[in-house]
Design a protein around this ligand. Sequence first.
Ligand SMILES: Nc1ncnc2c1ncn2[C@@H]1O[C@H](COP(=O)(O)OP(=O)(O)OP(=O)(O)O)[C@@H](O)[C@H]1O
Length: 216
Amino acid sequence: MTSPASLTLHDLSKRYGERVLWHQLSAEVVPGELVAVTGPSGSGKSTLLNAIGLLEPASSGRITVGEDDLTRFGPGRARRFRRDVLGYLFQNFALVGSASAAANIRLGLVRSPGRKVLAARTAAALDRVGLGGRERTPVYQLSGGEQQRVALARLIVKDPRIILADEPTASLDAGNERIVLDVLRERAAAGGIVLIATHSTALAAACDRTLVLTPP
Ligand SMILES: Nc1ncnc2c1ncn2[C@@H]1O[C@H](COP(=O)(O)OP(=O)(O)OP(=O)(O)O)[C@@H](O)[C@H]1O
């Protein structure tokens, strides 16, 4: 992780046709913070994470990380930003089912640190999420909770500066929810910025603060 910089939303708005999701949203998230994004179903939590992740544009306003204005990035820069700076944790895990846990972790990397280092990091990350020794297991043979933890191990190995987690604990039991929260907190403590879209009041309460999306 290098050069920590704040993530700032400047008067950010999103509408689909006549429908306004969020209007002139402004917020700053500093490195080290774990922020919950909450709001009723349909308030645009996923859409906000997608806008920050440059998967779809906001309708107006700006998103900056340090000096960089993400909303002005062309496709190449957006791709590099997603590759080099961002890590995602989705409810549906976004794993390749036929590939092993270790291969899925490798897929998240921009460049390999070398075979031995990568193997050691992968082993340590799987260990951290309670899946020590499961490197070679094909993901389709893992339970939902185990798959989510492989996705978490992938984040640990990638070590992104900004993590966008969309309902990362929605289908998990209390023990696995704890692991996800603990690891995300560790990423923030290491200087990362972590945004978690969630309906879980327990998860939101465990974050440093909450950004509430209220329909206009
Ligand atoms: N491409 C699109 N075109 C039109 N409307 C869309 C599009 N994408 C999302 N929406 C609408 O925007 C609204 C916000 O969706 P979003 O998934 O961001 O909400 P959410 O707060 O994450 O909801 P939930 O808590 O139910 O997951 C929804 O009503 C959805 O139907």
